[in-house]
Design a protein around this ligand. Structure first.
Ligand SMILES: [Zn+2]
Length: 266
C-alpha cells in the first residue's frame, strides 16, 4: 500500500513536528489510537505548536474544538503519543507489544482538544464532525476493523485519556448511520462544563449571570465556537469608553450600550 496523507477536505492545516521527534519511515498502520488533550487552549494550532516546540511527544492529527484538523506527523512516520504499555494494558495489544515494544511504531494517533484536565468536556459538534470524517477516511485507507483496531489510549496504559470521547456515536457513524447533527452547545450541562473547563477557574466559581455570560451561552447554544473563558469579566477602554469585557479562547466580548459584541481572534 502506498502511504498517503489525507487530502485538504479532511485536514485543514499542516504543522509538522521536528523530524527528529518522529519515528521516521515506521509506516504505522496496525491500529488507530484515540486521545484527548486533557488541557491546552482548545485549539488544534495550540496543541500542534506545543508538539513543535514544548515536548518530544506528538500525534499524527489534532482536532480542535472549532473543528480544525491539523496534521503534525506524516502517516509514513510514527508519532509520539502512545509508547509503552503498562500492567493495565488490554491484552489485545500483546502481539503488537511482542513485535514492536514501542507502540508508536505501529499506531496512528488522533488528539482531540479538551481544556479540562479530566477530559470531561464533550466534543463540540464541529469537532465531532471533523473527527469522525478523519477516522472514516483512515478506516477506508487502512481497512481497520472498527470494533478492534480503533482503540482508546487507556487500553495501553492507565490514563484518563480519552475521557468522554463519544465512542458509540463514532462506531454508529462508521457503520453508516447519518452523522448525528447534535449540537451539545444547546445542552445546559454542556454549557456549564464548557464554561468551567478552563483551568484558571479551578477553585473559583466563574460568574455565569452577567450579560456577557448570557451572550456566550446564547452563541454556544447556536453551535458557534467561542472557547471557554480565560478571565472573569472586567473593564477595558474601548472606542473611548470604559466598557465591560471578557476574553475567551476564540476572542472576546465587549458590552456596549446594553449589548454584547463578539470580536473573534481570527
Ligand atoms: Zn492520550
Amino acid at each position: 500500500m502506498t502511504i498517503i496523507d489525507p487530502p485538504s477536505s479532511i485536514v485543514n492545516k499542516h504543522m509538522w513536528v521536528p523530524q527528529q521527534n518522529v519515528f521516521s519511515g515506521a509506516q504505522p498502520g496496525s491500529a488507530l489510537v484515540i486521545h484527548k488533550t486533557g488541557g491546552g487552549d482548545g485549539t488544534a494550532e495550540g496543541t500542534a505548536s506545543y508538539f513543535q516546540t514544548g515536548t518530544d511527544k506528538s500525534a499524527h492529527f489534532v482536532v480542535g474544538q472549532n473543528g480544525t484538523v491539523v496534521q503534525c506527523v506524516h502517516l509514513a512516520d510514527g508519532a509520539g503519543a502512545n509508547c509503552c504499555a503498562d500492567d493495565t494494558h488490554n491484552s489485545w495489544w500483546n502481539p503488537l507489544i511482542a513485535k514492536f515494544t514501542n507502540l508508536n511504531l505501529c499506531t496512528i494517533s488522533i488528539e482531540h482538544c479538551d481544556q479540562s484536565t479530566s477530559n470531561s468536556t464533550p466534543l463540540t459538534s464541529a469537532q465531532k464532525a471533523s473527527s469522525f470524517k478523519l477516522i472514516k477516511w483512515l478506516v477506508g485507507q487502512y481497512g481497520f476493523d472498527i470494533h478492534n483496531e480503533i482503540r482508546p489510549h487507556n487500553s495501553i496504559d492507565a490514563t484518563i485519556c480519552p475521557g468522554n470521547f463519544p465512542w458509540n456515536e463514532m462506531i454508529s457513524y462508521l457503520q453508516g448511520a447519518t452523522p448525528v447533527p447534535t449540537n451539545p452547545g444547546a445542552d445546559p450541562a454542556f454549557q456549564q462544563s464548557y464554561w468551567n473547563s478552563n483551568n484558571i477557574f479551578i477553585g473559583a466559581v466563574p460568574d455565569i449571570t452577567t450579560g456577557i455570560a448570557n451572550a456566550w451561552i446564547h452563541d454556544v447554544a447556536q453551535g458557534l465556537w467561542r472557547g471557554g473563558p480565560l478571565m472573569h469579566e472586567g473593564k477595558i477602554m474601548w472606542k473611548g469608553q470604559i466598557v465591560p469585557w471578557q476574553q475567551f479562547v476564540g476572542g472576546f466580548y465587549t458590552w456596549e450600550n446594553g449589548q454584547p459584541f463578539w470580536h473573534s481572534n481570527s
